[in-house]
Design a protein around this ligand. Sequence first.
Ligand code: MG
Length: 359
Amino acid sequence: MSKDKERITLLHGAGGKLMHELVEQYILKHFAVSTVKVSEFSVPLEALDDAAVVGDMVLKSDSHAVKPIFFPGGDIGRLAVCGTVNDIAVLGAEPTALACGFVLEEGLLISDFERILASMEKACEEAGVSVVTGDTKVVEKGSLGGCVINVSGIGKRSQALENNLRVVRQHRPEFRARWILDSNLHAGDKIILSGTIGDHGLAVLSAQQGLSFGSSIVSDVRPLNRLIIRLLDEVGGIVAMKDPTRGGLADALNEWSQKSQVGILIYEDRIPIKPSVQAACEMLGIDPLEVGNEGKIIIGVIPEKAEHVLEVLKSMEEGKDAEIIGEATMEFDMVAMQTLVGGKRIIAQPVGDPVPRIC
Ligand code: MG
């Protein structure tokens, strides 16, 4: 098809290969820092990390168009706050303030809008952040499904981050990064997953399709900044962190592998997954590794600190199911999984999340 006839599809918004191509081929072409010569960006747009760094300030913007706006375990408001808070926190920053833009659809119940606002208020309290500016627009009845919410936010360097980097350098003197980045992973680093995968995507899918998986599948959406600060402060040694949202664990690990130029080996028997999520995925023919999460992080940590990070994670409610799921390696340059039967399979970057509009 000729290029001027191509149109946006739902897959362009689903994490994975097509979304990365859209960003790289079109958005970077116009906005990459090298084209506007801004030198104070220490983590620029083209790093395509979870957030950018301008001077010593971390900046992030994230729009949410989840369908439906209420789902088991959460709603669009909680999702919007947590998404931005977590993207700022995984760089090692402390989120401080949020800006919120609402696009409301004509016909949305005011009571539903207020339910969303109350949920955002609660998520802000949990994360210790405030909404300090924003905007509201209303559009004609159509396919928004009620509303779309953008939350942008800023974060600052923290003492916890400095402590973390000091611990990394004690063991790896050549380590120079000032932030926790996708490109920092090094052969031998351990990969920790903070809890079970697939819960959020399956919870939204059940609401979309009117499927009932019983009460056991609920979204994991939650702010993770307090947990992250505690790990950086009490333990340290963390070099990379990421929230495996759209495209799931498979997409997040592939991003790390490509940006850090290392292979990643994970072990199927160590990946925490609820039996109910596993069963639902098998029934629907969905790979749980490709399903989005909203309350989990993957952590790349120097091997000397892996057990200690795991121990602190397990002591907290939001990390109680954490496991060391694998390690970075120079033996190959892709993501591979040792399966339950002892073979190895390549974990490719997904084309897109198997569940549409999950965030
Ligand atoms: Mg992220």
